[in-house]
Design a protein around this ligand. Structure first.
Ligand code: DQA
Length: 155
């Protein structure tokens, strides 16, 4: 079973209560439960992590290859716009990663339009609400199938 790591940045623990016009009404636990279920249907093991602390996010990214993850889906939240450390960690581990934003970061304040992690991302999803994580998961599975086919037909 492929292992996919979901990394959630600061304030995403408040999903469901926080600025619902941007982030919707589902809680982070509900979003993760949905991803685990959908992932299971696709033969993916989904493990989710959230932190409000930059260094903890860096440590988790660094540990991903050693813990058997094949890809990272990350919403760095506010660190998207500020964190060279998270960008460098993502580049350093060399796993394919997918950037997710619940809101459309291009349609909000100017400072949200710039992402430090987009350049190295294998895919970006923004503005689909929490469903964006599911889109990223399905997209990641398809890209991983191309990189490391598991089925006999493609080998
Ligand atoms: C966000 C957008 C960021 O600008 C913001 O700081 C967040 C969430 C999103 O998912 O839309 O916390 O990453």
């Amino acid at each position: 079973m492929r292992k996919i790591l979901i990394v959630q940045g600061p304030n995403l623990n408040l999903l469901g209560n926080r600025e619902r016009q941007y982030y919707g009404s589902a809680s982070l636990d509900e979003v993760h439960a949905e991803l685990r279920e959908r992932g299971g249907q696709e033969g993916l093991e989904v493990v989710a992590f959230q932190s409000n602390h930059e260094g903890d996010i860096v440590d988790t990214i660094q540990g991903a290859p050693g813990n058997g993850f094949e890809a990272i889906i990350i919403n760095p939240a506010a660190y998207t716009h500020t964190s060279v450390a998270i960008r460098d960690a993502l580049t350093a581990v060399g796993l394919p990663y997918f950037e997710v934003h619940i809101s459309n970061i291009q349609s909000r304040e100017d400072f949200r339009r710039r992402s430090l992690v987009s350049e190295g991302a294998s895919g970006i999803v923004s503005g689909f609400g929490p469903f964006g994580y599911t889109l990223a998961l399905l997209g990641a599975a398809q890209i991983l199938d191309k990189i490391h086919p598991t089925g006999g037909e493609d080998c």
